[in-house]
Design a protein around this ligand. Structure first.
Ligand SMILES: [Zn+2]
Length: 229
C-alpha cells in the first residue's frame, strides 16, 4: 500500500491548527487566530484568569504526558528552575477571544546563552476556569511541552497566587503588570546545580565540605586490642 508521507511542514501545520482549535460552549469547533496574527496586546494583566497550581499540573500530566514521578519532582525540572531563575519577562495578554479564551505571551531568556535572543512563548487559557488549553514556543521543539513553556506556566500560576496574597484577585479592574525580575539568573550553590540528564529522581547528596560529616568508629580499647597491635 502506498501511503503518502506527510512532510514535516504538514505535520507542524496540523499540530499548530489543532492547538488553536477550541470548542465553544455550544459545541462548535473554532480555529482561533495564531499568536502572531493577534495585534492588540496588553501589559495590564488584570484580565488574566486565575491559574491554580493544579491547572499547571493537569496540563503537564495530560498534555505533556509527564509521568507521575516527574510531576512529584517538578521542582527539580528544568522548566521550574528557569521560572525560579526569573527567565520569564515581558508578559502580555490578548483581549478575550470568542468570549472564552485568552492568549498570554512572554519572552524566556535561554538557559545557556543568556545574552542570546529570548524565546517567545505563548499559552492559550480558558478565561473563566483558568484551564490551560495549549502552548507554544519559538524554540525548535515548539510542541507546547518545552522547558520555556513550563517555566511560563509556573510563572503565571505564581502571578495568580501573588495577586491573591495581596488581596487583589486577578480579574479585577486594578492595574497589575508582570513583576520585573530583579535579575535574569539567581546564583545557585554549586551543590544545588543538577547536571544529570535524567532529573526525575531526587538528586543524591554528594559529600562536600558542607554535607560530609565523617564519623570515626570508636574501637573498644581493651587488652586484647593492644595485644593485636
Ligand atoms: Zn521552547
Amino acid at each position: 500500500m502506498n501511503l503518502e508521507i506527510l512532510s514535516q511542514d504538514d505535520d507542524y501545520e496540523f499540530m499548530d491548527t489543532k492547538r488553536r482549535t477550541i470548542q465553544t460552549e455550544s459545541g462548535e469547533e473554532v480555529v482561533l487566530d495564531g499568536v502572531t496574527d493577534i495585534v492588540d496586546w496588553y501589559k495590564n494583566l488584570s484580565t488574566l484568569p486565575n491559574i491554580e497550581h493544579y491547572d499547571v499540573l493537569i496540563y503537564l500530566l495530560h498534555y505533556c504526558k509527564w509521568p507521575e514521578q516527574r510531576l512529584k519532582n517538578f521542582k527539580n525540572d528544568n522548566g521550574y528552575r528557569l521560572f525560579l531563575a526569573n527567565h520569564i519577562d515581558n508578559v502580555e495578554i490578548s483581549s478575550i477571544l470568542r468570549e472564552e479564551f485568552v492568549y498570554v505571551k512572554a519572552t524566556c531568556v535561554p538557559e545557556t546563552r543568556q545574552s542570546g535572543t529570548p524565546y517567545s512563548v505563548w499559552i492559550l487559557i480558558k478565561h473563566v476556569s483558568g484551564e490551560i488549553a495549549s502552548a507554544g514556543c519559538s524554540c525548535v521543539a515548539d510542541n507546547g511541552m518545552c522547558k520555556h513553556c513550563v517555566a511560563f506556566l509556573f510563572g503565571l500560576s505564581r502571578c495568580s497566587d501573588r495577586h491573591k496574597d495581596r488581596g487583589v484577585e486577578v480579574g479585577t479592574d486594578v492595574e497589575c503588570v508582570w513583576d520585573k525580575p530583579r535579575q535574569q539568573s539567581v546564583p545557585m550553590e554549586i551543590d544545588d546545580i543538577d547536571t544529570r540528564i535524567n532529573t526525575s529522581k531526587q538528586q543524591p547528596i554528594l559529600p562536600t565540605g558542607t554535607t560530609f560529616q565523617p564519623q570515626i568508629k570508636q574501637l573498644p580499647c581493651t587488652k586484647k586490642h593492644f595485644k593485636r597491635i
